[in-house]
Design a protein around this ligand. Structure first.
Ligand code: P6P
Length: 338
């Protein structure tokens, strides 16, 4: 009957989070309500992204649609959906989006105690060629019950209560950590529900894949160059690592989480802080990696220890299998000594 139980005992993401909530008797379910609004936003984006190709075919995307309105670009549309869903949840006070230069401060009547930082559609330049893209988010508790300020979102990543992403690819996969491990859910379109498909994800301690944009090799610093060299020509005679680089962070990180290995977006001469954004790319993915038994390093420190000073600040990032990141930490430490 195990199979039957699986078929009838549907562990939806809502039920999963309610189970978590039941461990905190004093909790009033605010987090559960917040998460259900994030999930709603992801379901909307999933359908919109899947129709994007068709929309292009029908000349909707980018031009005027059948109602003669200007069809919004998907990332702008996704951002509006998430901002509206988060404000209407009544559980947020400060929102930071990759799409908005300034933070959004929720009006007092709809204010809650959570702050959400997110990239509504990361990698959206890949939509037209069908590469997987995703929504990335992190959740902080406001610092204390006062007038919300930017300080509520300029917290180190280790203060996050939860983080996750939703990948829009061959299937729609929602990966979440609330600080007690990592779990993956797959959207069942017939139910419109995310079902638990990847319980308690743990990243392999060491991997056989490295993931970096080798086009930047001429600008890399010493430790990064030495590390990538060691992936291609291992000194211990082991076989070289494979290179897999999709160029969409959610897709590259999801593969790293499930298969192991290391994802790198290093600093280089052109961009001394790398390219990826601290609040809504580096922190959420680093949080997930640590929760899955991996680690995340900026070249100088543990990624989650970094204290951001600007909401769109960038940082270099090396994240993935524990032993692989340990290698690059050793090379940066050696560089420090010289
Ligand atoms: P590059 C997509 O534009 C993105 O923000 C991430 O999703 C991805 O990891 C990175 O940039 C790719 O950057 O410079 O290799 O094209």
């Amino acid at each position: 009957h195990a199979a039957d139980a699986h078929r009838t005992d549907l562990m939806t993401i809502t039920r999963f989070v309610l189970n978590e909530q039941s461990k905190y008797p004093e909790s009033r379910g605010d987090f559960t309500i917040l998460l259900s609004h994030i999930v709603l936003g992801c379901k909307f984006v999933c359908t919109a992204v899947n129709k994007a190709g068709l929309a292009k075919l029908l000349g909707l995307a980018g031009e005027t649609n059948v109602q003669g309105e200007d069809q919004k670009k998907l990332d702008v549309l996704s951002n509006e959906v998430f901002i509206k869903a988060l404000v209407s949840s009544g559980r947020t006070c400060v929102l930071v989006s990759e799409e908005d230069e300034e933070a959004t401060f929720v009006e007092p009547a709809k204010r809650g105690k959570y702050c959400v930082v997110f990239d509504p559609l990361d990698g959206s330049s890949n939509i037209d060629c069908g590469v997987s893209i995703g929504t990335i988010f992190g959740i902080y508790m406001m610092k204390d019950a006062h007038e919300p300020t930017l300080d509520d979102v300029l917290q180190p990543g280790k203060n996050m209560l939860a983080a996750g992403y939703c990948m829009y690819g061959s299937s729609c996969t929602f990966v979440l950590s609330t600080g007690k491990g990592v779990n993956g859910f797959t959207l069942d379109p017939s139910l419109g529900e995310f079902i638990l498909t990847h319980p308690d994800i743990k990243i392999p301690k060491k991997g056989k894949i490295y993931s970096v944009n080798e086009g930047n090799v001429k600008n890399w610093d010493g430790p990064t160059s030495k590390y990538v060299e060691s992936c291609k020509f291992p000194k211990d005679g082991s076989s070289p690592k494979s290179l897999r680089y999709i160029g969409s962070m959610v897709a590259d990180v999801h593969r790293t989480l499930l298969y192991g290995g290391i994802f790198l977006y290093p600093a280089d001469k052109k961009s001394p802080n790398g390219k990826l954004r601290v609040l809504y790319e580096v922190f959420p993915m680093s949080f997930l990696m640590e929760q899955a038994g991996g680690q995340a390093f900026t070249g100088k420190e543990r990624a989650l220890d970094l204290v951001p000073t600007k909401i769109h600040e960038r940082a270099p990032i090396f994240l993935g299998s524990y032993d692989d990141v340990e290698e690059i930490k050793r090379l940066y430490a050696a560089e420090e000594k010289n």
